[in-house]
Each structure stands twice: as structure tokens, then as C-alpha cells.
Design a protein. Structure first.
Length: 330
């Protein structure tokens, strides 16, 4: 099947179709992905997000890659919820450095009802800074999703992590259907979905295709898809399982761009280990979002001055907040 980058937006992709796209000769794949990207986005803009852990460690989940699980002996210590004033200061600093979206993360299985008032206060405070607000706080009910929307939440991150067939090799404390139910509740509330996965956990090509099929066949495509590279954490069960290959990352980014034309495809965890040339290749293939800042929850991130230099070289500038794809601008 020849690639047709002018095709209509679809939510009924077959696994065989996605595999054919994914296995397209790499230069042809990048060319077609770049064509889609330029059709639906300004290729000179990049969405810059900052991520802050507002409640760290002590999570009851057993995600085998995560330093914040209470089940593993890692260097991450449990910390209480940050004061709202400290969160606001961090958001102001992120905005001053060019971020237009501020994401807050908590190490919870789900949002406790007795903490919801603090969460909504933080959302309202950051929104008042005229920034987009994202949260990643585990599973939510439909009622909680509505409350988050009313507080002004722009988007919610809830990664699928992997394809469904590989999922139980990574997580056992919540099911794939649990994750999909949370995504449905958030979409029903009108909140943008940020959902992606992790490359390098021992998965195969068919597992990455499976992940992309689930994401691209949601009733509404995710607002953003973060593509993470496994950051091996000492003490976690897969600390030595990294099987990262840059070409797998590039194929995943390019295929995601073709399948989900209006989505922001984000280079996330592990980006600091990519060279400038590798990142530039990903931006050409349709990646148009990054996480900036010293940390991504508990792992280190690329130095900000290096991002500034690279963006100047490539002619990229920060996307303004509350602005979506060119042909679907709010």
C-alpha cells in the first residue's frame, strides 16, 4: 500500500496497515511523515512543556520501569505534596524560560478524594498564569474528570506504556482496560489526552505497532503522544533491559505522525541522550513537542541552554499557549 500523506484522518487503522507504514524504507517514511507534519502543523513551532513532580514516591503500583514504586529499592524517597506557593513559583520560572504548558505529576495509583481540592487549586493557580495545564496523577473517575475540567485542566497524561499484548510484562497492578477507561472518562469530560509509550523495554516491532494502533484508533486522537526512551533505574526490575535503537524511535515518531496528523508528538524521557542530529531527524519526521527543564519527575533532562542553541540552529520557536494544529486552531 503506497503511503498517501493527504489521506483523511482515520480512527480505524488495521495492524497490518500500521506495520506496513512502520516498515517503509526509512528515508521514504521520514519524507511522508514530514509532508503530513507540514500539512497540519507549523514546522517552525515546537510545543515546550515543563514537568514537575508535586508528590513524589510511595506509589503502590508495580510498573517495572518506575523509580517511584514503593515495591522497589531505588534512590527515590517518598515526599509529601508540595505547597501550592512552591508549585506556582516553579510554573512562573518555567514560563519565563519559554514553556507554554506546565504539567504536574503525583505518584498515585489514583487521585484520592481527600486530595482533589489541592489538585484543583493548583490547576486554577497555574491556569491564572495564562499557561496550559496538564496533570499526570493516575486513574480518575468520570466525576473526577469533570471536576478537573471545571478547574481549567487543559490535558491529562495517562500513558498506555506499551501495546496490550506486552503490557502484562511491565505492569500487573492495573490492567490495560483500566488505562483505557481513564482515557475515556477524560475525553468524555472534554480534557485533552496525552498518552504514549516507552521504547526500549524489551518490546518488539509488533508491540510498538500494537501501541500505535490503540492510540490511533481512540474515538478521538490524543492531543499529544509522548514517545519515551526507557531510562534504566537502579533497583527496578528492568534496570538492565534497555534495548534502545534510534531507528526504532524514529520509525515510531514518523508512524505516529502519519497515523495521527493533528497530534503533538513529544520527545520525552531519555531525550537528553539523543544527539542534536538525532533530535533534528525526529523533528523532521514530525516530532513537535518536548519536555524542558532539569528534571522529568525523578530523572534528569537535557540542559536548557543546549535546547536553546539547537532550536536557534533549526529555526524553531515556542508554540503559543492554547493554540492547536494549524488546520484546527482554537
Amino acid at each position: 500500500m503506497p503511503l498517501n500523506y493527504m489521506q483523511e484522518i482515520r480512527n480505524n487503522w488495521k495492524e497490518s496497515e500500521i506495520l506496513e507504514i512502520y516498515e517503509t524504507p526509512i528515508l521514504d517514511l521520514v519524507y511522508h511523515a514530514a509532508s503530513v507534519h507540514r500539512e497540519f502543523h507549523n514546522p517552525h513551532e515546537i510545543q515546550i512543556s515543563s514537568l514537575l513532580s508535586v508528590k513524589t514516591g510511595g506509589c503502590s503500583e508495580d510498573c517495572k520501569y518506575c523509580s517511584q514504586s514503593s515495591l522497589y529499592d531505588t534512590s527515590t524517597e517518598e515526599e509529601p505534596m508540595m505547597p501550592i506557593a512552591s508549585v506556582i513559583e516553579a510554573a512562573k520560572e518555567a514560563k519565563a524560560k519559554g514553556s507554554n504548558r506546565f504539567c504536574m505529576g503525583t505518584a498515585w495509583r489514583e487521585i484520592p478524594d481527600d486530595q482533589m481540592h489541592l489538585v484543583t487549586e493548583m490547576i486554577e493557580a497555574v491556569r491564572n498564569l495564562e499557561m496550559e495545564v496538564c496533570a499526570t496523577m493516575g486513574m480518575v473517575t468520570q466525576a473526577q474528570a469533570t471536576e478537573l475540567k471545571n478547574a481549567g485542566l487543559t490535558a491529562y497524561n495517562h500513558n498506555l506504556d506499551s501495546g496490550e499484548s506486552y503490557y502484562d510484562k511491565i505492569v500487573s497492578t492495573r490492567s490495560y482496560s483500566d488505562r483505557l477507561k481513564t482515557i475515556t472518562a477524560l475525553q468524555n469530560a472534554g480534557i485533552g489526552i496525552c498518552s504514549g509509550g516507552i521504547i526500549g523495554m524489551g518490546e518488539k516491532t509488533n508491540d510498538r505497532v500494537d501501541l500505535l494502533m490503540h492510540l490511533s484508533n481512540l474515538d478521538k486522537h490524543p492531543e499529544s503522544v509522548p514517545v519515551n526512551i526507557l531510562v534504566p533505574i537502579e533497583g527496578t526490575p528492568i534496570e538492565k533491559d534497555l534495548n534502545f535503537n534510534f531507528w526504532d524511535l524514529l520509525r515510531t515518531v514518523a508512524t505516529a505522525r502519519i497515523l495521527m496528523p493533528t497530534t503533538f508528538v513529544r520527545l520525552s524521557a531519555g531525550r537528553k541522550d539523543l544527539s542534536d542530529i538525532e533530535q533534528a531527524f525526529c523533528f523532521l519526521a514530525g516530532a513537535n513537542s518536548i519536555f524542558a527543564g532539569e528534571k522529568l519527575l525523578t530523572t534528569s533532562n537535557r540542559e536548557e541552554n543546549k535546547d536553546t542553541e539547537l532550536f536557534e540552529l533549526l529555526g524553531l520557536s515556542p508554540k503559543q499557549p492554547f493554540k492547536s494544529a494549524i488546520n484546527n486552531a482554537e
